[in-house]
Design a protein around this ligand. Structure first.
Ligand code: NAD
Ligand code: IPM
Ligand code: MN
Length: 345
């Protein structure tokens, strides 16, 4: 039998709560076909506050040695002065995405049967956002002077390289070609002309290699309109790191909520392990109360299985989630949802 070497970073807040359910589903579904050899890592805001350590080179090397990473969520109390400046988000989560070259942040959105959408007539909602994961305004290229004075100047530079844009755009075309053949570039080319120009020209050039894919373009503000008024028009969206972050919380909201939204930070080249995590964060407002929906983490496990070539197991997890969603009624605890999905397996 095949052994999957999995790094698990439960993280903070609801992270450990949803990951414990996700791991149970993972162990249950691979039963017999593979063995999951899980190594837990304590990284997160809590670990930092206890030890002063976030993620060093040795930690990175250890994580890089696994087949894949499953992450819950990281981030502590936003009012804690020891955590200001996003040191955990930047020093842990983004550091992992950058160091492991997760240049595709894959965020599928599907309105499962039986799931209430806040939209009156959502139609068939089934699209995927291919969010760039290693560039844009996330690189931390910026600076500030005269901080705290009336003359402060604060800059965040969005970095867009021809190399980085092309590889994620290509992934977008590949994805669209395997789906319904429709790719939407989302940007803000009317204002962010330098980066927007590079994205648009790259899409136009790569499009000539994919005659089966229909391409269109939306400014990001207009994209938020259509995500609400006509989400069924979308198949594959390709966009930059920040636009993709914002659009995917909106996408989650229209398809049943952030508790259902899964994601993969993928290194398609296979040079580094990919990392799967729910789109949501550590949710300090509901942490420790057993209220968190583990479905997003469980669907992230399905993405992980798919990525590792275990397509049947992935499909079984998704089917179990779909079955559970179709029959959901009333409020259930984290462990009740996890148990119901496991039972549906
Ligand atoms: P959040 O996603 O943690 O919470 C937003 C809202 O959604 C909250 O009301 C929360 O209760 C609810 N929610 C989130 N997940 C849920 C679930 N599984 N079930 C039910 N409700 C759920 O976003 P935030 O409040 O902006 O961020 C909290 C912390 O998490 C911050 O430190 C932030 O930086 C961090 N964060 C981490 C990640 C990550 O690790 N990948 C992602 C997003 C935010
Ligand atoms: C996400 C989160 C992260 C992001 C934060 C916590 C750095 O919001 O995974 O969507 O912006 O990518
Ligand atoms: Mn986000």
């Amino acid at each position: 039998t095949r052994t999957i070497s999995l790094a698990v970073i439960p993280g903070d807040g609801i992270g450990p709560e949803v990951i414990s359910e996700a791991l149970e589903v993972l162990h249950a579904v691979v039963d017999g076909d593979a063995v999951v050899d899980a190594t837990h890592y304590p990284f997160g805001a809590g670990h930092f506050l206890e030890t002063g350590r976030i993620l060093d080179d040795a930690d990175l090397a250890a994580l890089a040695g696994h087949d894949a990473i499953l992450l819950g969520a990281v981030g502590g109390d936003p009012r804690d002065p020891r955590l200001t400046g996003g040191i955990i988000e930047r020093g842990l989560l983004l550091k992992l995405r950058f160091a492991l070259d997760h240049y595709v942040n894959l965020r599928p959105t599907r309105l499962f049967a039986g799931v209430p959408s806040p939209l009156a007539a959502p139609g068939e909602v089934d699209f995927v956002v291919v969010r760039e994961g290693t560039e844009g305004p996330y690189v931390g290229n910026g600076g500030a002077i005269r901080v705290g004075t009336p003359h402060e100047i604060a800059n965040e530079v969005s970095v867009n390289t021809a190399f980085g844009v092309e590889r994620v755009v290509r992934f977008g075309f590949e994805t669209a070609a395997k789906r319904r053949g429709r790719l939407t570039l989302v940007h803000k080319t009317n204002v962010l002309t330098h980066a927007g120009g590079l994205w648009q020209r790259t899409v136009d050039r790569v499009a000539t290699e994919y005659p089966s894919v229909t391409v269109d373009y939306l400014h990001v503000d207009a994209a938020t309109i259509f995500l609400v008024t006509d989400p069924a028009r979308f198949d594959t969206i390709v966009t930059d790191n920040l636009f993709g972050d914002i659009l995917t919380d909106l996408a989650a909201a229209i398809s049943g909520g952030i508790g259902l939204a899964a994601s993969g930070n993928v290194n398609p080249d296979g040079a580094f392990p990919s990392m799967f995590e729910p789109v949501h964060g550590s949710a300090p407002d509901i942490a420790g109360q057993g209220k968190a929906d583990p479905t997003a983490a469980i669907l992230s496990v399905a993405m992980l299985l798919d990525h590792l070539g275990l397509a049947d197991e992935a499909a079984r997890v998704t089917a179990a989630v779909a079955a559970d969603l179709a029959s959901r009624s009333g409020r259930r605890s984290t462990s009740e949802v996890g148990a119901a999905i496991q039972a549906a397996l």
